[in-house]
Write a protein that binds this ligand. Structure first.
Ligand SMILES: C[S@@+](CC[C@H](N)C(=O)[O-])C[C@H]1O[C@@H](n2cnc3c(N)ncnc32)[C@H](O)[C@@H]1O
Length: 204
């Protein structure tokens, strides 16, 4: 665990880096991936950037950014419970499918995607499935997001995305490169069963 982490969990709420959020049912509970991406975003943001968080879930990452930077941030989630939760955690949010409803351009797009390889018979009913199900190789939602992300970035814009060894970090990096991005590793952490890395992708 990184040295600077101090997380306080109570029944339905979490305190982290100068903010506190509540979690409601049917919404992804913030985990190591959430905190790693939040920390990577804080190290990246320098001023008044316009930021979009795709798949905001409870809104934890956006709330941390809002509490610790001057950037403006808006979240998107396909899960109506996540959109409600994010709004109740005082972050602006849209309910939508990836970037389909976005017309504008942003300095930074962040995404902690569903990345677990999931066979058809493992798909669960209910909204929480959207938080986890990355398709048979774990990259289905990630690749769909990457296909459209360039349209929503300014020329000097950047993507910060959490990826896991469970869904193939090299494959995702290669896809980003083939789409014309310059890719760097930001933060990473090793756990018993997986490695989590935050990839940073800039337009050339
Ligand atoms: C791993 S969770 C991350 C939640 C939160 N950002 C965090 O780090 O705690 C992935 C989130 O992406 C959302 N999601 C999945 N597919 C989506 C899609 N097509 N469009 C928008 N959001 C999506 C899920 O509902 C879920 O809230």
């Amino acid at each position: 665990m990184r040295n600077d982490e101090k997380r306080i969990f109570t029944l339905n709420s979490i305190r982290y880096k100068n903010t506190s959020i509540n979690i409601i049912e049917n919404v992804y509970e913030p985990s190591e991936d959430s905190f790693l991406l939040a920390d990577a975003a804080l190290s990246e943001i320098k001023g008044f950037e316009r930021i979009l968080e795709v798949g905001c879930g409870s809104g934890i990452i956006s709330a941390v950014i809002k509490a610790n930077t001057k950037a403006s941030i808006i979240g998107i989630d396909i899960n109506p419970h996540a959109a409600k939760c994010t709004r109740e955690n005082r972050v602006d949010v849209i309910r939508g499918d990836l970037l389909s409803c976005i017309k504008g351009r942003f300095d930074l797009i962040i995404f902690n995607p569903p990345y677990l390889p999931t066979k058809d018979e493992e798909i669960e009913n209910g909204w929480l499935n959207y938080a986890l199900d990355g398709g048979y190789d774990g990259r289905k939602v990630i690749y769909r997001f990457l296909e459209d992300a360039g349209r929503c970035l300014i020329e000097s814009g950047k993507i910060l995305m959490l990826v896991s060894s469970l869904s193939g970090i090299d494959e995702i990096r290669s896809r980003m490169v083939s789409l014309g991005y310059v890719v760097e590793d930001n933060l990473h952490e090793n756990y018993m069963f997986e490695q989590l890395t935050v990839l940073s992708a800039s337009k050339k």
